[in-house]
Design a protein around this ligand. Structure first.
Ligand code: 5GP
Ligand code: MN
Length: 342
C-alpha cells in the first residue's frame, strides 16, 4: 500500500503538532524509526512528540533525543496531553491498535489525520494514509524511502541517519535477514550522512551485562528442548526463573535465535511466563511461516520468520499446546528445510 504523496505533502505543508506512536515493548526499529522521523519533521518546522506505551531498552540510550520520548505507562498525563493536542499522527512499526492498547483509546473514531508506515503483514486500516510493504527490512528503511519520495533525502542529517541505521541493524539482526540491494543502497546513504557504522553496531551488540550472559547460559543449559524430527527448539523461562535471576524486560532479547544456529533447526520458540500471561517469540528460517502459527493459535502475528503471541493458559499447558500443534506443520517444516538447503 502506497501513500498519496500529494495528500502527505499538504498535511506537512504548514507547521503542525505531530505525535508519533509506536508499539509496546519498543525495539530498535520502533524507537529508531520514531526518532528518525522526529528529527526530520522537526527540521521541517513541526512540533513533534513520540508516545510509546512502555519504556525502551537501555541499550538504545545512545540515540539522539531518546530521553524526550513520552512513556505512556510512566507519564500518562503528559502522553494524554500530547495526544489531545496533536493535529496529525504518525503510526510506525505496527499494524494494529492492539499493539498500543491504552494509547489508542478514543482514536478509533477520531477524525484527525493519521499516516501509518509499517512493514508487518496484514495491516489493519487504522490510518487515512498507509505505507505498508513487507519487502522492507524495517520501518527505518521505509522512513528513508518516505523522505526520498518526498524529495527530502537531502534532509537525512547525522541524527536521522543514526536513528534509522540503528533500527535497520536491529531488525535485520546485523544484516542477516530481510536484506536487499535497496537496503544496502539506503545504508550507504546513511553512512554518507555521517553514521559511524562500527560504533553503532558496537553500541547495539556489545552491551550485555554479566546477568544477561548468565541468563543465556541458564536457558541453553537447563531450559532448552530440541525436537530433531520436527526441527524445532523450545526455550522457556518460568516465573521462578524471573525472580531468581531478577530478569527484566530486555534481558532475554535474542535468546530465541540461538536455536537456529543449529543448521538442522527451522523453528525456534521462546516461551516465557509473565505475571498474568504467557508470552512467546517464534523465529524460523526460509519459507517456514511462523506468523500463521502465532495468528492461528496464539492471538498474535508479525512476520513470516519472526512472530509473537500470547497464551492465557499456564506455562506447561502452553508449551504442550505448542508441541502438540507442530506435527500439523511437519510437511511444511520438511519442505522449508529442503528448499532452504538446495
Ligand atoms: P518479538 O518476538 O521480538 O517480541 O516479536 C517479533 C515480531 O512478532 C514483532 O515484530 C511483532 O511484529 C510480532 N509480535 C510479537 N508479539 C506479538 C503479539 O502479541 N501480537 C502480534 N500481532 N504480533 C506480535
Ligand atoms: Mn520493525
Amino acid at each position: 500500500m502506497k501513500l498519496n504523496l500529494d495528500v502527505v505533502k499538504s498535511l506537512l505543508a504548514s507547521p503542525k503538532d505531530i505525535v508519533i506512536l509506536s508499539h509496546r515493548n519498543p525495539d530498535g526499529d520502533a524507537v529508531g524509526s520514531s526518532l528518525g522521523l522526529l528529527h526530520y519533521l522537526k527540521s521541517q518546522g513541526h512540533s513533534v512528540k513520540i508516545v510509546l506505551p512502555s519504556d525502551y531498552p537501555d541499550f538504545l540510550g545512545f540515540l539522539p533525543a531518546v530521553s524526550d520520548i513520552v512513556i505512556y505507562d510512566d507519564e500518562t498525563e503528559d502522553a494524554r496531553r500530547a495526544i489531545d493536542q496533536a493535529g496529525l499522527f504518525f503510526i510506525l512499526d505496527l499494524n494494529s491498535f492492539d499493539r498500543i492498547d491504552k494509547v489508542s483509546a478514543g482514536l478509533d473514531n477520531d477524525k484527525r489525520p493519521r499516516i501509518m508506515i509499517d512493514h508487518h503483514m496484514y495491516p489493519e486500516p487504522i490510518a487515512d494514509e498507509i505505507f505498508s510493504d513487507t519487502s522492507f527490512s524495517s520501518t527505518c528503511e521505509m522512513i528513508y524511502q518516505f523522505m526520498d519520495d518526498l524529495g527530502h533525502a537531502g534532509w537525512v542529517t547525522r541524527d536521522v541517519a543514526d536513528c534509522l541505521y540503528t533500527g535497520i541493524v536491529t531488525d535485520t539482526g546485523g544484516f542477516r535477514y530481510a536484506t536487499s540491494a535497496r537496503l544496502f543502497r539506503i545504508v550507504s546513504k546513511l553512512i554518507e550522512a555521517g553514521t559511524d557504522d562500527y560504533k553503532i553496531q558496537d553500541s547495539i551488540w556489545n552491551t550485555m551485562t554479566e546477568k544477561q550472559l548468565r541468563i543465556l547460559g541458564h536457558c541453553l543449559a537447563n531450559r532448552m528442548e530440541i525436537d530433531p524430527e520436527l526441527r524445532t527448539g523450545i526455550i522457556w523461562l518460568t516465573q521462578e526463573d524471573y525472580k531468581h535471576f531478577d530478569i527484566k524486560r530486555g534481558d532475554t532479547e535474542g535468546i530465541v535465535n540461538y536455536v537456529l544456529r543449529m543448521p538442522k533447526m527451522m523453528i525456534a520458540a521462546f516461551i516465557h511466563e509473565q505475571p498474568t500471561i504467557v508470552k512467546m517469540s517464534i523465529r524460523s528460517k526460509g519459507e517456514m511461516d511462523v506468523q500463521q502459527i502465532c495468528k492461528a493459535h496464539f492471538r498474535g502475528g508479525g512476520h513470516k520468520n519472526a512472530s509473537g503471541g500470547v497464551s492465557f493458559a499456564p506455562l506447561g499447558t502452553t508449551i504442550n499446546k505448542f508441541k502438540n500443534l507442530l506435527p500439523d506443520y511437519a510437511q511444511e517444516i520438511d519442505t522449508a528445510y529442503h528448499n532452504f538447503n538446495t
